[in-house]
Design a binder for this molecule. Structure first.
Ligand code: CO
Length: 259
């Protein structure tokens, strides 16, 4: 009997439909294309997002246990789980803990790494960003808004900025919404470059969802856009998630293939 193989792509999720399609579904397709002998399944890890999609839109998406239960019930014996999480932080640990009890149900249950895991991954991600985004012009800075976390992996943001500087983008900055460095630190760093008058803002997240739309680009006086403008910078906001990047999708696909 031929072995049935699956790939489960696990994302935090978002309640923004357009960004599900442009970022999450696009990443899932790239991963599935790299593993043509496997059937693609989807799961989200955010209970809040899953409940909102179900309640508001009647859109039912599996969480990790539901997806693995479904994959087992359909007779798959060999499963690769690929997260689209940026970092091996809390959400990734949660994913591993939720999936672990299902290991005995499969002949093989393997995990692909998150995007930024080992230090070489940072070099790859920096290379993709520098290939796909326009380089900061004279008088301009590029600012990436990451999520940030209480988890020790929060150090990733400083490491990515270091790597970008090392690779030649000295006016690239990485800040976070919920961790360190926050916008306060970024503003201080920007002030070290008196020639910079313009800031290009991008989310460093798989999707351009709630944080990108509101905390980064929103009209609220606390948004990054508003605070940068109040500090005298001309700001342009780019509402594109990393899932829209062909290079980032290719890296995720390779992580899954390596698993
Ligand atoms: Co958040």
């Amino acid at each position: 009997m031929e072995e049935k193989k699956a790939v489960l792509v696990v994302s935090f999720g978002t309640s923004y439909h357009e960004t599900i399609e442009k970022n999450i579904a696009a990443a899932e397709r790239a991963i599935a294309a790299a593993l043509p002998d496997r059937t693609l399944f989807r799961a989200f890890t955010s209970g809040m997002i899953l409940r909102k999609l179900a309640r508001r839109d009647g859109l039912l998406i599996d969480d990790v246990p539901q997806a693995l239960e479904r994959i087992a019930a359909e007779g798959y014996t060999d499963v690769v789980v690929q997260p689209t999480h940026i970092l091996p932080g809390e959400e990734y640990a949660k994913l591993l803990a939720l999936a672990a009890p299902y290991a005995p149900r499969f002949a093989a249950l393997r995990y692909g790494k998150p995007l930024l895991t080992g230090w070489r991954d940072y070099l790859e991600v920096a290379r993709v960003l520098m290939e796909e985004l326009p380089a900061p012009a004279e008088g301009e800075a590029v600012l990436l808004m990451g999520h940030g976390t209480e988890h020790p992996v929060n150090a990733a943001y400083a490491q990515l900025e270091y790597v970008l500087h090392d690779a030649g983008w000295d006016r690239a900055f990485v800040g976070t919404v919920e961790g360190y460095p926050a916008l306060d630190q970024v503003l201080r760093r920007l002030a070290e470059y008196p020639s910079v008058t313009r800031v290009r803002l991008y989310p460093l997240m798989l999707v351009a969802g709630d944080h990108a739309t509101n905390d980064m680009a929103g009209p609220d006086p606390d948004s990054w856009r508003s605070r940068l403008e109040a500090a005298g910078y001309a700001v342009s906001c780019h509402l594109q998630g990393l899932g829209e990047s062909p290079g980032i999708r290719a890296l995720l696909a390779r992580r899954a293939a390596e698993a």
